[in-house]
Design a binder for this molecule. Structure first.
Ligand SMILES: Cc1ncc(C[n+]2csc(CCOP(=O)(O)OP(=O)(O)O)c2C)c(N)n1
Ligand SMILES: [Mg+2]
Length: 424
């Protein structure tokens, strides 16, 4: 009932809920109320299961590796030691590559870099579970897919340096790779644009009667974009053969996941509203990621529709080289995060199997560091930031139209005239 002033005097005034992260810089971190569930307990439905029968999988956490490094439960993908060591090596190589390129940025050799430290299992185990020809629509944190597809590090580094060897001719920001040969779609800085693109590709693949599926990648923050939701609608309606990955690393630059909805529900539960299959996996458990991706790929290839996979992980380092996480989150989070480190966990599993030991691990670390160092030297011969060994300015306006239209010719000429007038 409204009162004589037209208001509802007996009600408290409206208030807005503004999410606040649990821990800020300097806070002691305690994950006691974090329920990671037991490894090996989640059921593994048939790949043709109706989404409505498997909703629990969107709210729990699929985990295969237990605290002793043993693989347990229905989701154990039963991989050979050779396959496991190949994944471990790709993860170690990605970490070593990230380390070197991060330092290269600090040394002024490039303007920008982004690491995926702590999240290596998500993209690398997923790439191992897909066919090499399956099309990947990545965000900027899936360099591990290229590495898992054995794409040359020198080519990646030349892109980061925007140098004479950069196939993309310096037209993309550093780390925004693109490789048709590796079925790795051009990275876009505009968050979530790759979601409708991946769904569209998958729909086209199905319409043509092809057998290639697609995988889309975005962070949990990006699920707040409209593109994410329209892509899910199309994927659901047409049962597109696509795997929709959300890497929930809990941070979107300095915004915690609560701002994208994490306080209210899980990101995998977005699938429930669209009537598609949703799986929530321990993203630091390479076996769980592999098993979930394999399940989703088989489901897509069998015409049973799309799957949304939330990879629950933690962004162990800053958002990018332009970020300083000590300003907004507790430094204790990383070391105490209950799902641990993906490389350490896979190493522990291989040791528990009797297929690995500390000596072999140390030797592998030395080898990948040397591989990255050698690639770095090779790439730097073709130029680094500021040494002039970049693509000629004349190429800046090319490759958009088959015939350059008059307005681009005019702009291009203007650029040359202005550079000449400025004496450069
Ligand atoms: C449409 C759009 N809005 C904002 C940005 C700026 N931006 C770049 S990365 C980022 C955070 C994204 O976080 P998340 O999706 O969680 O991915 P993560 O960086 O954690 O991998 C933001 C806001 C952008 N690039 N595009
Ligand atoms: Mg994030």
């Amino acid at each position: 009932m409204t009162d004589e002033t037209g208001g509802r005097g007996n009600l408290a005034p409206l208030s807005l809920h503004v999410p606040e992260p649990k821990f800020r810089p300097g806070d002691a971190v305690d994950y006691a109320d974090f329920d990671r569930g037991e490894a090996g307990l989640m059921p593994r439905p048939d790949i043709a299961a109706a989404p409505a029968t498997m909703r629990d999988l969107s709210y729990g956490l699929i985990r295969v590796l237990d605290d002793e490094g043993r693989a347990t439960g229905a989701w154990d993908p039963r991989l050979t030691p050779d396959k496991l060591t190949a994944m471990l090596r790709h993860m170690a190589l990605t970490r070593a590559y990230d380390e070197r390129m991060y330092r290269a940025q600090r040394q002024g050799k490039t303007s920008f870099y982004m690491k995926c430290t702590g999240e290596e299992a998500t993209c690398i185990a997923a790439a191992h579970a897909m066919d090499r020809e399956d099309m990947v629509f990545p965000s900027y944190r899936q360099q591990g897919v290229l590495i898992a597809r054995d794409w040359p590090l020198v080519d990646m580094m030349c892109q980061v340096y925007s140098n004479a060897g950069d196939r993309l001719k310096g037209r993309q920001m550093p780390i925004m790779y693109s490789s048709r040969a590796a079925a790795f779609f051009s990275i876009s800085g505009n968050l979530a644009t790759q979601y409708p693109q991946a769904v569209g590709y998958a729909m086209a693949s199905a319409a043509k009667g092809d057998n290639k599926i697609a995988s889309a990648w975005c962070g949990e923050g990006s699920t707040a974009e409209g593109d994410f939701h329209s892509a899910l609608t199309f994927a659901s309606v047409y049962r597109a053969p696509v795997i929709l990955n959300v890497v929930n690393n809990q941070w979107a630059i300095s915004s915690f996941s609560g701002f994208a909805g994490a306080e209210a529900t899980t990101f995998a539960a977005r699938a429930v509203g669209y009537g598609i299959a949703g799986l929530r996996v321990d993203g630091n458990d390479a076996l769980a990621v592999y098993a979930a991706t394999e399940w989703a790929a088989d489901r897509a290839r069998g015409n049973h529709g799309p799957t949304l996979i939330e990879h629950f992980t933690y962004r162990a380092e800053g958002h990018s080289t332009s970020d300083d996480p000590t300003k907004y989150r507790s430094a204790e989070e990383q070391g105490t995060w209950p799902l641990g480190d993906p490389i350490v966990r896979l190493k522990q599993h291989l040791i528990a199997l009797g297929a690995w030991d500390d000596e072999r691990h140390a030797a592998m670390d030395r080898e990948v560091a040397e591989e990255v160092r050698a690639a770095g030297k090779e790439a730097e011969k073709q130029g680094i930031l500021g040494d002039g060994m970049h693509q000629p300015f004349s190429t800046m306006f090319e490759d958009v139209f088959e015939e350059m239209p008059w307005h681009l010719k005019e702009q291009s000429q203007q650029m040359f005239d202005e550079r000449k007038a400025a004496g450069i």
